[in-house]
Design a protein around this ligand. Structure first.
Ligand SMILES: [Zn+2]
Length: 231
């Protein structure tokens, strides 16, 4: 990554823009000039965004339903089963908000399942991307990444090249220090923070990480699965 702000892949620009517009609306309505991090999505869906938001038992909708978005009712429900998993909880809310902002005209209800091949669907990929964009706006993400490299006495570019080349020291630092810090700063899981690098296009036209590289950097933990799956 260059030290200037990262570029975006064209395909998802519309989705990224919608997430940024949503954040700008919130800041304006709240009279804030700076984006608080982690983005307080749990609070903002109710105020200032004015949605109905509930954390409840969704088992009547199916045993693996984690979240529901109902665009017409402007309602988001999240399963109480993930209320204690902060990063997953936040990502699910942001994903449902994505359906409300992006897909109001598509269908009356969207449901998130704990497992399933729904990610093959365009709307699910878009809602995931919206969530990533809302919780990890690229400007802030690039800045925090550069700062965390700098604190280790490294240049962001050097770290990215080391990772792309499979350099062991670089990989270890990236996983143990940099992604950890980004995950805490943005209130997202380690895997969501890692996958965000696949959304960044470098000056040479290549992604900061390919999805495959991002996947190989993540050690999945069965007890804390992530909302965001490989795309
Ligand atoms: Zn969805």
């Amino acid at each position: 990554m260059s030290e200037r702000l990262p570029q975006l892949w064209p395909m998802m620009r519309r989705v990224e823009r919608s997430a940024l517009t949503t954040l700008s609306q919130c800041l304006k309505l709240l009279g804030l000039t700076e984006l608080p991090l982690p983005v307080p999505v749990e609070a903002w869906v109710e105020s200032p965004l004015g949605l109905r938001f509930g954390v409840c038992d969704l088992s009547h909708l199916g045993p693996t339903v984690l979240g529901v978005a109902r665009p017409k009712e402007r309602e988001i429900l999240v399963s109480e089963t993930i209320a204690g998993q902060e990063s997953r909880f936040r990502f699910t809310i942001a994903h449902e908000l994505g359906h409300i902002v992006l897909h109001a005209k598509i269908q009356p209800e969207f449901r998130e399942l704990a497992e399933g091949d729904y990610l093959a669907e365009r709307f699910e990929r878009e809602a995931d991307r919206f969530a990533a964009s809302l919780l990890m706006p690229l400007d802030a993400f690039g800045r925090e990444f550069t700062a965390s490299c700098s604190d280790l006495g490294l240049q962001a570019n050097t770290v990215l090249h080391a990772i792309q080349n499979g350099d062991e020291t670089g990989l270890r630092l990236f996983r143990s220090r940099i992604v950890q810090r980004l995950s805490r700063r943005f209130g997202v899981s380690l895997s969501a923070a890692t996958y965000r690098f696949a959304d960044i296009q470098l000056d040479n036209g290549l992604p900061a990480l390919t999805v495959r590289q991002a996947r190989s950097l993540i050690t999945p933990s069965p007890s804390t699965p992530d909302s965001r799956q490989p795309r």
